[in-house]
Design a protein around this ligand. Structure first.
Ligand code: GLU
Length: 306
């Protein structure tokens, strides 16, 4: 089987040991399998991305011995592609505008007893559907043009009656069961690898109507990542276990947009001495700092346990 993997950093800060681990692991896996390694610059959040971070990350990766087989894909060049997919979802009545703020959502969700936690999933608070219901009342002709000045949410309750899920007969309940699945070779939702399945109810209760396009970006991480993985013909996604829970969203979007689902390999996260996962602002673990102190790529490999 072909093996094409990628590293997809956002140039919003310096690469740290966690990025180095992710990139080296993906690169090692591609080399071991006689496969291909590609780079993608995830720069949809123009307000936070800087060209100097992009130059620095390319320099750091090359220093680690990581090179790519094709020209990197830059998300900021792909806004037209994202827009086309949104047009299709809009025409199918699967997305709706929503300008609820976080505070609006908290108020709509607010639990009767104080101290009760609000329901949250991989994309933040589970949206209670305030604007979905408003949109349902519109007629089809009122929905002909997609607004550019609103966030757009996916109506997951509509998706579940679409063709995104497969169906099998469950002998124990004597009824049909709907499910979608993907293959995980690393850390799945329960720490497990193998075939990971989820149901329409899992999407409704654990994810909800997530934002598929932010009004300031014209897309979202989720939409861009599935379209770009397909465009780069990625067969194996190697990335941190912090994205394990988001994978259901990605598989759902792949089904909806008729895209292939790659195999996923979610890897362990590199943590600091207090067990906290490294963050971009954690300059103390920036690769550039280790480089300035005279570390070699072999030292970095040892530090991250490769
Ligand atoms: N751009 C994301 C990040 O820097 C990675 C997304 C992915 O690998 O799917 O965390």
């Amino acid at each position: 089987m072909a093996f094409v993997t990628r590293f997809a950093p956002s140039p919003t800060g310096p690469l740290h040991l966690g990025h180095a681990y992710s990139a080296m692991l993906a690169h090692d896996m591609a080399q071991a399998g006689g496969g291909t390694f590609v780079l993608r610059i995830e720069d949809i959040d123009r307000s936070r991305c800087r060209p100097e971070w992009e130059n620095q990350l390319i320099d750091d990766l090359n220093w680690l011995g990581i090179f790519w087989d094709t020209e990197p894909l830059r998300q900021s060049d792909r806004v037209g592609m994202y827009s086309q997919s949104l047009d299709k979802l809009w025409a199918d009545g699967l997305i709706y505008p929503c300008n609820c703020s976080r505070r609006d959502i908290e108020a709509a969700l607010s639990a009767p007893q104080e101290g009760t936690e609000l329901p949250a999933g991989p994309d933040g608070l589970i949206y209670p559907g305030v604007c979905r219901n408003k949109n349902h009342q519109r007629t089809v002709s009122e929905r002909t043009s997609r607004p550019a000045d609103a966030n757009l949410r996916l109506n997951v309750s509509r998706v579940t009656v679409d063709e995104s899920f497969e169906r099998r007969f469950d002998i124990s309940t004597g009824g049909w069961q709907w499910f979608a699945s993907y293959r995980e070779t690393g850390i799945g939702p329960l720490g497990n690898s193998g075939l990971i399945e989820f149901s329409p109810e899992d999407i409704e209760t654990q994810v909800g109507d997530f934002v598929i396009a932010r009004r300031d970006m014209g897309t979202s991480y989720h939409l861009s990542v599935v379209l770009d993985d397909a465009a780069q013909r990625i067969t194996h996604v190697v990335r941190g276990a912090d994205l394990t829970e988001a994978t259901k969203i990605h598989v759902l979007l792949q089904r909806l947009l008729g895209l292939p689902t790659p195999i996923y390999h979610h890897h362990r996260l590199i943590r600091d001495e207090n067990g906290k996962r490294l963050a971009k602002r954690d300059d103390a673990r920036a690769l550039s700092k280790y480089r300035a102190e005279g570390a070699t790529p072999a030292d970095i490999r040892r530090m991250v346990g490769l």
